[in-house]
Design a protein around this ligand. Structure first.
Ligand code: ZN
Ligand code: ZN
Length: 1303
């Protein structure tokens, strides 16, 4: 040091101290060099640094930049923890101006803080410091000292900068997360100005070539076309760089290629030589270069395609090569030179709008609903990165309007510099227009042919977002599945939304990608993987015309919209009021109804919309749960939960309600579901003419839920029970082969469906295997790509072709189904049992297992189920008062059985059902246990497990009902404890049939006609039927209401709601029964809409005064939807086929009369005809626009026209009298619309008109001279209305009538 300082003897103390620091820094930086063993002395370096600084600042002035301190790489890497920049030549004012500008451009970002640091280090492209490691280049540039190195980038890198000690006057430093695997790359250096060489390296100077030796690209092509060539010929080629492909690392070998162009001809140059990988940073599209010592090679993988290869002796000389160091070091020249060059060199698309004008399909306003294919264009683009959309997945935004996707270029070395504010230039990038609705209209996609270059580093701090790396799950899935761009965008969108909606409550963040990729498989149509879909990296990079997966893109695929539960609810609510047409809710008699008749018809309606019929079909993802507050299971995500009416069905034949408790806790997706909205209106319309006036609607609310069949659910991640069930069923299938499976399918509709589920969930089955074959058959090049990815995330090369957990599942003999993050403890949540116990892997005999304290189980079949109600229950857990509860009557088999661990869905063992006689038991579910209500169904077989106990006594049933409860029957009862679990045992898990026990008579499920005609029908009946209509009844009684109790339990209760359901027989047409159902004061039952099949249990059968049979609900009544309405039924009432009947047969005493029949008969005479205007409010006669009621005076100004007639009809077999009401009277009289309206006007003057038959004539009590009376009288007896039956009369002239038998 002293000898160094001696040279500056004339300097002052401060300067000497500063020089001392410089010397120390040089000393720390003086590491062995790659190309010559001897490291320069610190003195030499320090001296060169002083000289370099003087030249940079002002060669004349001897002033030293004392405000700057020297820093070595080690100090920078270890001590600099925040991003910073250093600019030697800038004044403070210049820096402030620069920072202000950068921040103004992107207001939400902060500029890099300034640090007055001068960095000294050795610039190299070698991985290791040791000179012996000659082949250690991976194309990354680094600055190093004796112990540390830092990656770096430069906008105008030159090959001759390498292997030199440098002084770096201007740079940005971005420290990176220290958790990165490699301790050596803990930060990132951006060189904003050329460094100052401190030693001159002679070896890097290229030998001069004479002009005669250098040939053009066109000459090269001639050479390549020659069949034979002389071995060992070296070419020196001059041309313009037209493409620079990314640096790839395939199977541990790094390489890249670039293209030289001269006019129309172009030739690819392959760089395999490690010493020249550094050129990748130095080559810039549009620049003229001269490359020496190239040889001709034939590529085997491309069928002998000839390319040029760089040899170890090759040299690259650019237009700016070997510049005078001081000249190029001038800060000012940098940015401008680049810009001018690129502008003149090629077409740079800067203005997207200009492209839109010339593009033919720019006029379209939305993405077309059907997927179609477009061809992308190759362009060049220059712009500023304004936003990082999804760094992990390589999605960015340029200039505030253009999307940029880097995912198809697995080499993301540039990525660290891609923060907002960076100016980039991309060549040969694919231009995609409206590829997907979830990205900007214009999307630029880089592929293996594209070159992305930073033209000016960003002066802004990174936003804190992680930068993309090849391990990103989305990128891995892209390679594995060979996704198209719109599919990839959908996947990224899916991962983002699923993370928001499911993490961390149900899914671990690391598992989101697996779930998203599985969902993508489910929504994508099966793909035909042809040879065109295989990727070949050499072809993509080298061949003209260019061909890669981005060339053709499918617009908007998959087209499903990933809807959150909250959005679904909001959309449906909006849709329900939007679709409401009050007039359509009224029957044809609507215009003739008074206020009291009209408004009840409007009070309830429903709107159903099959999800798959919407223009953008939604797909829902959520967890099935039951919270014990309502009668439904719910589909929940973190945004909300929606009620589900779930049924099971197979082949459209057998119908049942979803009953498998294993569904609880499953993460599922569903596409095939129907969205249903029930509307509740309180209205006050005086007549139908006022329906347009919204002010008559006093209150409205709606209920939204979805309906689906469980076979349409797609499991994304099963619950513990479902996983065990699926694996058991797969084992059965594998072990027993065909016959067994067939048997299981015959008696178990649930089971077969679930096996399919299993295949889907674990990714098994033929489709998957085919994918795999094709994947293996892919070109080695792509495997190489995968290896690059695979290696970096720790997967071995053998797994690389499909190397994720997904395909690992395929190989394992037993399906290993990925589980969700959180397997909650069962005590807290009904369905999702604790996963720690490892499913049903080791069930059976009692074994001493430490972590499990045993459990007790009992098996039962449900015989009948009561409704969910609020009742006064007195138990130890419930203090007092009314709580939500229900009962089921079950047939219990065998004795309580002891297990070492929870058997869950272990197949039923013979010992479980033996020992004692089956016995009827009443199970009582209170409070939390109520969560089992939605899935406990009649005829279902369940295993009831009491965990954490070894005492069989807990499941032993006391022989008599216990304390304080009125003993009504002798059935023993058991109170189900909140921690007990129920596991459905579908037929496939029951090898032996259960003992047959005849069901008690009152529990037998009847048909509608059995209820109607059975003389022995008991007071309480259970029956099945089809809802044909639903009407809300007027509130005629005040229902006791306990709002505070409802809100306490969280149950969803309508305050006062009574409905009349018309339920038809499933087999015999025309047999209907009215069911009066009190829906208030109990959790609301969704799904009771026309068209739904229902099972009604515990309904009171009553006979009216007119001898007709109807049913009425009692507090314990239970209504279960067993099948959904046909999806096309829309909002109209269901029309069942009405049987044709003969009057003669109908009138027979004791006949099983249809309630509704179709009679084809002739009117023999009109017995009575009345027309009147009545007051809409009070029902009195309405005459001349006024109500006639005087005491008290009625102020109503609204009248309604009504007409009725009584006629005698004859159909040949018998006679009947028929009442005909308003809207049909005009038809009876054969009046046209104008005549009918004319008569209404005439009647309005009189108030009312009445004629009746007397003998062969019609008479009236009122004025017989009245022309209207005369007209009507003559009309009634005319042949227009009544004719004697004539055998030759055509059938069409008869009046078809739908009649209701009343005797
Ligand atoms: Zn491409
Ligand atoms: Zn009135």
């Amino acid at each position: 040091m002293d000898s160094f300082l001696k040279q500056f003897r004339d300097r002052n103390q401060a300067e000497l101290r500063w020089l001392g620091e410089l010397y120390q820094c040089a000393e720390a930086s003086a590491c062995p060099r790659a190309n010559c063993a001897a490291a320069p002395s610190a003195g030499q370096l320090a001296l060169s640094a002083v000289r370099g600084l003087q030249e940079l600042l002002d060669p004349q002035s001897p002033v030293m930049p004392l405000s700057y301190s020297f820093v070595s790489v080690s100090e920078l890497v270890t001590k600099q923890n925040i991003p910073c920049c250093s600019r030697l030549t800038w004044s403070t004012h210049q820096y402030r101006e620069w920072a202000r500008e950068a921040e103004q451009r992107l207001p939400n970002h902060k500029a890099l803080p300034r640090a007055n640091l001068l960095l000294i280090g050795y610039l190299t492209d070698r991985k290791c410091a040791e000179p012996s490691a000659t082949n250690g280049s991976d194309g990354t540039w680094r600055v190093r000292d004796q112990s540390f190195s830092v990656c770096c980038k430069a906008v105008s890198a030159q090959p001759n900068w390498l292997q030199q000690f440098m002084l770096f006057p201007s740079w940005n430093y971005i420290p990176q997360n220290a958790s990165a695997q490699n301790q050596q790359t803990r930060g990132f250096l951006e060189l904003t100005a050329p460094p100052v060489p401190l030693t001159l390296d002679i070896a890097s100077v290229a030998p001069e070539r004479s002009c005669s030796e250098i040939i053009t690209v066109a000459d090269v092509i001639k050479v390549l076309q020659q069949r034979r060539r002389k071995g060992g010929v070296r070419l020196h080629v001059h041309g313009v760089v037209s493409a620079v492909c990314p640096l790839l690392d395939i199977a541990g070998k790094s390489f890249f290629c670039f293209c030289l162009k001269d006019g129309e001809s172009s030739v690819p140059v392959l760089v395999l030589d490690v010493d020249h990988l550094c050129w990748q940073q130095c080559l810039r599209v549009g620049e003229g270069v001269c490359v020496s010592e190239l040889r001709v090679c034939a590529l085997r993988t491309l069928g002998g395609y000839k390319v040029l290869c760089v040899t170890p002796q090759s040299h690259l000389s650019t237009a700016q090569a070997y510049p005078d160091v001081t000249e190029s070091g001038k800060e000012v020249s940098e940015g401008k030179v680049m810009e001018v060059k690129t502008e003149s060199g090629m077409e740079v698309k800067r203005d997207v709008k200009r492209w839109r004008v010339t593009n033919p399909d720019s006029g379209e306003n939305c993405v077309p609903p059907t997927a179609r294919t477009k061809i992308s264009k190759m362009i060049s683009y220059k712009g500023v990165l304004t936003k990082v959309l999804d760094a992990e997945s390589g999605l960015f935004e340029l200039d505030g309007q253009v999307g940029l996707c880097l995912a198809y270029q697995p080499s993301l070395r540039m990525a660290s510099s891609l923060r907002p504010g960076v100016q980039i230039e991309i060549h040969n990038v694919h231009f995609l227009y409206r590829a997907s609705s979830i990205c900007p209209d214009v999307l630029l996609c880089v592929c293996l042919r594209s070159s992305l270059r930073v033209t000016n580093f960003s002066g802004l701090q990174p936003g804190g977002a992680s930068h993309p790396n090849a391990e990103a799950p989305a990128l891995r899935i892209l390679l594995e599945k060979n996704l198209g761009i719109s599919e990839y965008l959908w996947l990224c969108h899916c991962m983002k939304t699923l993370k928001e909606r499911l993490c961390p409550r149900w899914v671990r963040e690391q598992r989101v990608a697996v779930v998203a990729s599985r969902l993508l498989d489910l929504v994508l149509p099966p793909r035909q993987e042809g040879p065109n879909h295989r990727r070949d990296i050499y072809r993509e990079m080298l061949l003209e015309p260019h061909c890669c997966p981005l060339l053709e893109y499918t617009v908007g695929s998959p087209h499903q919209e990933l809807l959150s539960v909250k959005d679904l609810l909001l959309t449906m609510e909006r849709e329900c009021w939007h679709s409401l047409s009050l007039a359509s809710l009224l029957p044809p008699s609507g215009p003739y109804l008074m206020r009291t008749q009209l408004n009840p018809l409007l009070s309830w309606s429903f709107h159903s919309l099959p999800a798959w019929s919407t223009p953008k079909p939604p797909v829902l993802v959520g967890v099935l749960e039951s919270q014990g507050k309502g009668v439904c299971v719910r589909l929940a995500d973190q945004t909300g939960a929606v009620d589900c009416v779930a049924v099971g069905s197979e082949d459209g034949q057998s119908h049942c309600t979803a009953s498998n408790t294993a569904w609880l806790g499953c993460l599922v997706s569903i596409q095939r579901f129907t969205m249903v909205v029930e509307r509740f209106l309180k209205t006050d319309f005086p007549s139908w003419r006022h329906l347009d006036d919204e002010c008559h609607v006093t209150h409205r609310h709606c209920r939204v839920y979805i309906q689906f069949c469980v076979s349409d659910l797609q499991i994304l991640s099963p619950s513990a029970s479902m996983a065990a069930l699926l694996s058991t069923q797969q084992e059965q299938k594998a072990g027993d082969g065909g016959p067994k499976e067939k048997g299981a399918a015959e008696d178990g509709r649930v089971s077969r469906m679930e096996v399919t589920m299993a295949q889907k969930a674990v990714g098994g089955g033929g489709h998957r295997n085919r994918d795999r074959d094709s994947e293996q058959a892919r070109h080695e090049g792509l495997q190489g790509l995968a290896v690059t990815v695979g290696n970096s995330c720790g997967v071995g090369p053998t797994d690389a072709a499909g190397g994720s957990e997904l395909s690992a599942d395929d190989k394992s003999p037993r399906p290993k189904i990925p589980r969700l993050a959180e397997e909650r403890d069962g005590a807290e949540y009904g369905g999702r049992s604790s996963g720690a116990e490892g499913g049903a892997s080791e069930p059976g005999a009692v074994r001493g297992r430490l972590q499990s304290d045993g459990c007790v189980s009992v098996v039962f079949r449900v015989e009948s189920k009561q409704g969910l109600t609020f009742q006064n229950v007195y138990t130890s857990s419930v203090a007092s008062g009314r709580s939500l509860c229900f009962h089921v009557t079950v047939m219990m088999f065998g004795e309580p059985r002891l297990w070492a661990e929870n058997p869950r869905v272990h197949p039923l063992e013979a010992s479980e059902t033996m020992g004692v006689e089956p016995r009827e038991v009443d199970l009582q579910f209170v409070e939390k246990s109520v969560c089992w209500f939605p899935l406990l169904q009649v005829d279902g077989v369940y295993r009831l497990v009491a965990p954490h106990t070894q005492d069989p006594g807990v499941l032993c049933v006391p022989s008599a009902p216990s304390k304080g409860r009125a003993v009504l029957h002798s059935t023993p009862y058991l109170l189900v404890q909140p921690q007990w679990r129920l596991y459905t045992l579908p037929p496939s898990l029951r090898p032996a049939p259960l003992p047959m026990v005849t069901r008690a008579k009152e529990l037998v499920v009847m048909s509608v006609s059995q209820v109607l005609y059975s003389s022995s029908a008991s007071a309480l009946v259970s029956f099945q039927g089809l809802i044909t209509s639903r009407i809300t009844l007027e509130e005629n009684e005040k229902v006791p209401c306990f709002p505070e109790e409802y809100s306490e339990t969280g149950a969803d209760v309508e305050s006062s709601l009574n409905v009349k359901l018309t339920v038809g027989d499933l087999a015999i047409p025309g047999q209907i029964i009215h069911v009066y159902l009190k829906l208030s004061g109990r959790p609301y039952i969704p799904g009771l809409v026309p068209g739904a099949r229902v099972l009604l249990q515990y309904f009171q059968r009553s006979v009216s005064r007119t001898d007709s049979v109807y049913c009425r609900s009692v507090p314990i009544s239970c209504v279960t939807v067993t099948a959904l309405p046909p999806t096309d039924c829309g909002t109209l009432p269901v029309n069942l086929p009405v049987p044709a009947v003969l009057l003669g047969e109908w009138a027979l005493v004791g006949a099983r009369r249809c309630a509704v029949g179709r009679v084809r008969a002739y009117v023999t005479c009109v017995l009575y005809l009345q027309m009147q205007w009545v007051c809409s409010l009070c029902g009195n006669i309405f005459k001349q626009d006024r109500c006639v009621q005087k005491y008290p005076p009625c102020t109503s100004t609204i009248g309604v026209f009504q007409a009725e007639a009584k006629v005698a009809v004859d159909d040949g077999s018998g006679e009947a009298q028929v009442w005909i009401s308003s809207q049909m009277v005009s038809g009876l009289l054969g009046l046209g619309v104008a005549e009918w309206e004319g008569i209404q006007r005439l009647v309005k003057v009189r108030g009312h008109v009445r004629v009746y038959s007397q003998g062969r004539n019609m008479v009236s009590i009122a004025d017989a001279e009245d022309p209207l009376v005369e007209y009507l009288s003559s009309l009634c007896v005319s042949t227009v209305v009544c004719r004697p039956p004539q055998p030759d009369m055509p059938a069409e002239e008869a009046i078809p009538m739908y009649c209701r038998a009343e005797t």
